[in-house]
Structure formats: structure tokens, C-alpha cells
Write a protein that binds this ligand. Structure first.
Ligand SMILES: *Cc1c(COP(=O)(O)O)cnc(C)c1O
Length: 487
């Protein structure tokens, strides 16, 4: 349809007013803008028919790779499945049509879901209480650090400004500490990939606000010295923060609260199955141990008798309303549909799958750290590096065989890092298929390295220059003409 025609149609329709609403009267006329600010020519918008638009987006979506298309072993990101029942329940109009400003008496069911998830997460992690307000893992970290900062300030401990972060940590850890106005101090890893306690000791003092830890860490290794680290940090008056993005392998086996952690976040969009990618929608609930509950942000859902209410008088606010409610709903659905017993199977199965892949491939890919891993592990590229085939090349070649690449070049501890996480829900057949393809690519790298170096060959777009694309993105669909207006 022609733009002008379409514009006129909308204008005519809106003149009629919709469902009893009439357009606000404005002293400047229908558009509510002074004459000098109104456009004089039609905007140069792309013109096309509806079917072209539908086909454009449908074809794009078919080119996309997601967990619904194939195996997605993206380490540190836990791309696990999103059960259909989650989507069905999140789609109920009685949930999806709620408005956050409705009176609490009219949203008792939604508040009950929030309250029950807060309690479930507290039970799963061994902590006292949770907030569901943060909308990403990184947002949870920031919230957790604000809680820690307020706790120290409430005790007059204003000099506690340092946050200790291991060198293997996810990049969001030091970033969150910096955004919170705290100072980041790095602690080294041992050659075995665990926090180096001898390096940690001299960093501890009365200026330490917190130490952040991920367990298992980003190398997929369980930090065995947690009780000692917790004692050292607590003895100097600091708090221990748990980055719970890697909670998956510990589910139902052990609890961060029992290990001595004081504050943590959980990534619902990783451990508890809700969809993510492309930046959202996420959810990073934050839990605290007993004694820190009053530092959680507002609004906070509580139970009073058999009714649910909202506390709004806590010191910090970290976002609008009650968090990403439909993500929260999906996570709670997942917890209930697995139940206590099946939730306990998540960690062992994820761990078994990761170790199976690691052991099946370590003769052709370089394994820098031997031994049992948890839900993920890191290879340092191909074992045979003589042909110059890099981790990037292997990642691109995997696309030709219908597999998403693992996380590559992270963690930064190894030059050719390739971080693989299969999750618990993949079948042995799927995992065997991935192992076979990884071995085939290692063979190609030896015998016909060019085919790997120039991959991918079968995808709609072949190898792109990522750096150029990131530095000089072209965001217009065509060059603007000389006299075209910008709005
Ligand atoms: C994903 C992840 C985060 C950050 O979570 P976002 O939701 O992406 O902000 C933090 N730490 C670790 C270990 C992670 O894997």
C-alpha cells in the first residue's frame, strides 16, 4: 500500500476515535506539534505490501540458529531447552494482560507466583530471602553489590570499597563492581584453574567490601577451597558474593548458602530454562543470607496471613515494578514441572554430558586442565596447531555441519579457548553426533586445512569480518538521498 494512502487511512480511522477514546485536543492542530516543527514532505519510508514484509521476516527467522534448530553448546551461557509448557502458561491472558499498577488485591495470583518462586530459590540455594526485581545476571550482580555496600555503610564501614574478583571471572563481575562505584582487585588462579589462596591473603583487609566468586568457575571447575576462602573473607569483615550463573551443575546437590556465601544472583534464563539470546528477556533474582533481608530492594513481595502484599519502603530500587514477570512465571513452571526429585538430576546429568564430550575429544583438542569438570570445560584449540587452524575456524566450520559454535576466546586464560557446555537435556545421540563432527573437523584441519579456514560454506552468509562489522555498522537499509528528510 502506498504510504500516503496508508497515512490517510490511519488519520481517518483515528479521527473516528477508537473504542470511545477521542484524540486529545491540541492548540497546534491534530498532530499536536507547532507548524514550524511539522514535516512539509512525506517521509521517505520503504514502501511494500504486507506479504513482502511477512516473507522478509519469516525467511530471516528461518536463517537464524537457535536451540530449536540444533545443538547449542555455548559455554557460560547455558542454552538449554525451553519447555513448551512454559510458553503455554506465560501466554495465558490472565497473566500476560496484567498491569503492574493494578491494586494488589486484584493480582493475588501473580504475587503468589512471585512469593513462591522467592521461597523456592531460597530453599534451592540455602539463603534466607530473594528479590526477583533484577532483569539480568549483570543487573543482579549490581543489585547484590548495592546491598553489600549499604550493609557496610549501615555499620559505619565507609572505607570498604574494594571488591576482589578472580582473573577467571565473567567480565560482568568487575564491570558491576565498577558501576557500583567500588574498586576492583584481581586475584590470580593457580595452574589448576582455582583461586590462588596465597595470592588472595595479602589482598584481604578492612577495606574489602566483598569477594565475588563463581562456583563452579568459568573453567567448569569446582572451587574446593570455598570453606577456607569464606572464612578468610569473613574474618576480614567482607562479604562473599556468589555469581550463580553457573548454578546448573549444583542444583539439588549442594547450596551456596551452606558454603558460606552471603549474597548471590541466579540466572533464571540459564539455570531455570527460560529463553534468552539477543539481549533478553532475562531475570537475575538476588538472594541474601539471614540478617541481610532488609537490604533487598523494593518492591518486595511478602505473605501476610493468607494474602500477598508488597513492601515499598526498602532503601534501594533497581528497576520498575516486579522484574520480568513472564520470565519469572516460566522459571516457576520449570521448577514445578521437574519437582524436587528431577531437579536433583539436572546437575549430575549436565556434569556427565560435559565429561563425556571432554574425554571423547581430548586426544584431538588440547585440554589445558585435566580432571573432572562440572557442567562445562575449556579446550585450548586443536591439539595439532601446525596447520594454523584456529578456534575461530573450527567454530565457523561447525556451522556447516548444523551445529552452533561453543563459546570461543573466553575465558581469557587460554589463547584459543573453546568453552563447551552441553547441558543436561541433550540425548546421547545428539552428543555423539557433535563429537563425531568435532573429530571430523580435526581431521579436516590436518588433511585439508583450507576448507576449515575458509568456513562456513553452507550458511546464507559466509565468513564475515566481525571486527569491521562491529566498528563500522551500516544501519540504514539504503543510502539517504540528498533531499530526504531525517526525523
Ligand atoms: C551469563 C553470565 C553472567 C551475566 O548474566 P547476564 O544475564 O548475561 O547479564 C555472569 N556471570 C557468569 C558466570 C555468566 O555465565
Amino acid at each position: 500500500m502506498n504510504n500516503k494512502l496508508y497515512g490517510n487511512l490511519i488519520f481517518e480511522l483515528s479521527k473516528e476515535g477508537r473504542r470511545g477514546y477521542s484524540l486529545p485536543k491540541s492548540p497546534f492542530g491534530h498532530y499536536g506539534l507547532p507548524a514550524g516543527a511539522r514535516r512539509t514532505k512525506d517521509a521517505e519510508l520503504p514502501e511494500c505490501d504486507e506479504m513482502t514484509v511477512v516473507r522478509h521476516y519469516t525467511n530471516h527467522s528461518a536463517n537464524n540458529f537457535g536451540v530449536d534448530n540444533g545443538f547449542y553448546p555455548l559455554g557460560s551461557c547455558t542454552m538449554k531447552y525451553n519447555p513448551c509448557i512454559n510458553e503455554e502458561i506465560a501466554g495465558y491472558p490472565s497473566f500476560s494482560n496484567l498491569h503492574p499498577l493494578q491494586p494488589t488485591e486484584s493480582v493475588q495470583g501473580a504475587l503468589e507466583v512471585e512469593y513462591c518462586l522467592q521461597r523456592s530459590l531460597a530453599e534451592i540455594t540455602g539463603l534466607s530471602d530473594f528479590t526477583l526485581n533484577p532483569i539480568a545476571g549483570a543487573h543482579g550482580e549490581l543489585t547484590g553489590l548495592m546491598i553489600i555496600r549499604n550493609y557496610h555503610q549501615s555499620r559505619g564501614d565507609h572505607q570498604r570499597v574494594k571488591v576482589i574478583v578472580p582473573d577467571s571471572a565473567h567480565g560482568t563481575n568487575p564491570a558491576s563492581a565498577a558501576v557500583c562505584g567500588l574498586e576492583v582487585v584481581e586475584v590470580k588462579s593457580t595452574p589448576e584453574g582455582l583461586v590462588d589462596i596465597e595470592d588472595l591473603k595479602p589482598l584481604l583487609g578492612d577495606d574489602v567490601a566483598a569477594m565475588m566468586m563463581t562456583n563452579p568457575n568459568t573453567l567448569g571447575l569446582f572451587e574446593k577451597e570455598i570453606p577456607e576462602i569464606a572464612k578468610l573473607v569473613h574474618d576480614c569483615g567482607g562479604l562473599l558474593y556468589y555469581d550463580g550463573a553457573n548454578l546448573n551443575p549444583l542444583l539439588g546437590i549442594c547450596r551456596p548458602g551452606d558454603m558460606g556465601f552471603d549474597v548471590m544472583h541466579v540466572n533464571l534464563h540459564k539455570t531455570f530454562s527460560t529463553p534468552h539470546g539477543g539481549g533478553g528477556p532475562g531475570s537475575g533474582p538476588v538472594g541474601v543470607r539471614k540478617g541481610l533481608e532488609q537490604f533487598l530492594p523494593s518492591p518486595h513481595v511478602i505473605k501476610e496471613g493468607d494474602k500477598y502484599a508488597v513492601e515499598n519502603d526498602h532503601a534501594i530500587h533497581v528497576g520498575a515494578f516486579y522484574g520480568n514477570f513472564l520470565v519469572i512465571l516460566r522459571a516457576y513452571t520449570y521448577i514445578l514441572s521437574l519437582g524436587k526429585e528431577n531437579l536433583r538430576m539436572v546437575g549430575p546429568l549436565a556434569t556427565l554430558n560435559a565429561n563425556y564430550i571432554k574425554e571423547s575429544l581430548k586426544d584431538v583438542y588440547e585440554l589445558p586442565i585435566e580432571g573432572l569438570c562440572k557442567h562445562e570445560f575449556v579446550f585450548n584449540g586443536l591439539k595439532d596447531k601446525t596447520q594454523g587452524v584456529t578456534t575461530m575456524d573450527v567454530a565457523k566450520r561447525l556451522l556447516d555441519y548444523g551445529y552452533h559454535a561453543p563459546t570461543i576466546y573466553f575465558p581469557l586464560l587460554f589463547h584459543e579457548a573453546m568453552m563447551i557446555e552441553p547441558t543436561e537435556n541433550e540425548s546421547k545421540d545428539t552428543i555423539d553426533g557433535f563429537i563425531e563432527v568435532m573429530r571430523r573437523i580435526a581431521g579436516e584441519a590436518r588433511e585439508n586445512p583450507e576448507v576449515v579456514k575458509s568456513a562456513p560454506h553452507n550458511t546464507p552468509i559466509t565468513r564475515v569480518d566481525d571486527v569491521l562489522a562491529a566498528k563500522h555498522p551500516i544501519l540504514t537499509y539504503r543510502q539517504l538521498t540528498q533531499d530526504s528528510e531525517t526525523v
